[in-house]
Design a protein around this ligand. Structure first.
Ligand SMILES: Nc1ncnc2c1ncn2[C@@H]1O[C@H](COP(=O)(O)OP(=O)(O)O)[C@@H](O)[C@H]1O
Ligand SMILES: [Mg+2]
Length: 379
């Protein structure tokens, strides 16, 4: 396999044969020609690790087709560009990216017909509830108009997905760990709509998603409300989409409209329904039944109910405190409800893993990245 799939911006992990440099270092591709490869000075936990000329290095580069692996040597250090120049071998080993681990990461989009129904409050706390059950979870704030996960979690990300799209950083460099066991990627209001991205920018974001796919059990995507290209791109690529509504008539009408438009474009989606801000459990169940029935009768589709969350002042209090409800009000009704939803999800996931293991079946379904690329005609 030759190295034509290597492109600037791709993340690299690197080891050396040196007795003094025994760790795995991070880097990324800066540029390449037919003979040489320039990579950013390797780092360990953010600190630069300069490597000497002549060092033998083993590289693994995350490309669109999988990990490209080879061993080579450092030809020169370019301090001006904070780069190392390596000899690029004619051949490299390709490990295809459709590994079972990658196919196992579940991408869950959370969307709604109208804003203000509680998507962001839900998705932050659902992510924490999944992490409490031992899952590795990343929350990606893709609400480009109203990116606020950062604010609600009182984190301040120095970089966002925009830096990945622009090629300034790799996906793993824009991830912010939080005190609540989950990682986040901040949204960037400066991001153009996905449909308007240049091919190189699309390539970078896709490679970034591929990296996430092999490093997390769950990637939760907080999309905006409504039907912009950004929302639908994630909905059609996701393994499932949770549509959030409240019992208010206009929220229900908007939820129905978004589900209708999604299904008109593709029926190859898994849609789940969450009723939020319910005054009582019976109100929630009643709304869930009514909405599900209308969707079945008029759209011939069975939406999966995932829960009815109570209206609670603990939610607005936790927002004011900028501490997620799962941490600030762990015994509240809303937290209990979220734990129940997370338990159902992780149990059903564990059962399907067990079934695959028993039948020695590998998860063969197309992954988020595959669907995302197909949607943008990149594959
Ligand atoms: N279960 C709930 N009970 C009470 N208030 C809630 C609940 N869920 C969300 N809210 C409130 O609704 C408002 C909008 O929530 P937010 O998560 O920002 O919605 P969205 O992301 O859909 O725009 C916030 O002020 C939040 O406090
Ligand atoms: Mg929101």
């Amino acid at each position: 396999m030759n190295a034509t799939c290597i492109m600037p911006g791709q993340p690299i992990s690197l080891t050396t044969d040196s007795a003094f440099h025994r760790n795995t270092y991070d880097s990324r591709v800066i540029s390449l020609d037919s003979k040489n490869l320039a990579i950013a000075t390797p780092t360990l936990k953010g600190l630069k690790v300069p490597l000497n000329v002549g060092f033998v290095v083993h590289l693994s580069i995350e490309t669109a087709d999988g990990s490209c692996r080879f061993t080579t040597e450092v030809l020169a250090g370019d301090t001006g560009r904070h780069a190392l120049v390596l000899r690029l071998p004619a051949d490299c080993q390709m490990l295809p990216n459709s590994s079972p681990a990658a196919a196992r990461c579940r991408f869950i989009a959370v969307t709604s017909g109208k804003g203000g129904v509680g998507k962001t409050s839900f998705v932050i706390n659902y992510a924490i509830a999944l992490a409490e059950r031992g899952r590795k979870v990343l929350l990606f704030d893709a609400d480009l108009g109203m990116a606020n996960v950062d604010v609600l979690m009182k984190t301040s990300s120095r970089s966002s997905i925009v830096d990945v799209i622009e090629g300034y950083r790799s996906m793993h460099e824009v991830i912010t760990p939080t005190a609540y066991g989950i990682d986040i990627i901040a949204g960037g209001s400066g991001m153009a709509t996905l449909g308007a991205l240049a091919p190189a920018q699309m390539q970078r974001i896709t490679l970034g998603f591929k990296w996430l796919e092999s490093h997390y059990d769950y990637v939760l995507i907080d999309t905006g409300a409504g039907l912009s290209k950004n929302v639908t791109s994630f909905v059609f690529a996701a393994d499932e989409t949770i549509v959030v509504t409240t019992p208010e008539p206009h929220a229900i009408t908007d939820a129905y409209s978004i589900i209708k438009v999604i299904l008109e474009e593709s029926r190859d989606v898994k849609l789940k329904l969450l009723i939020n801000k319910c005054e009582s459990n019976s109100e929630g169940i009643d709304v869930m039944k009514r909405v599900s029935r209308v969707i079945r009768n008029f759209l011939d589709y069975t939406v999966t109910p995932i829960g009815c969350m109570p209206e609670s002042r603990s939610v607005s209090r936790s927002i004011r405190e900028q501490v997620p409800l799962m941490a600030s009000h762990p015994n509240s009704d809303v937290a209990k409800c979220l734990r129940g939803i997370a338990e159902t999800e992780t149990l059903s996931d564990a059962v399907s893993r067990l079934e695959d293991a028993e039948t020695e079946k590998r998860p063969t379904g197309e992954s988020f990245v595959g669907r995302f690329m197909r949607r943008f005609k990149m594959a």
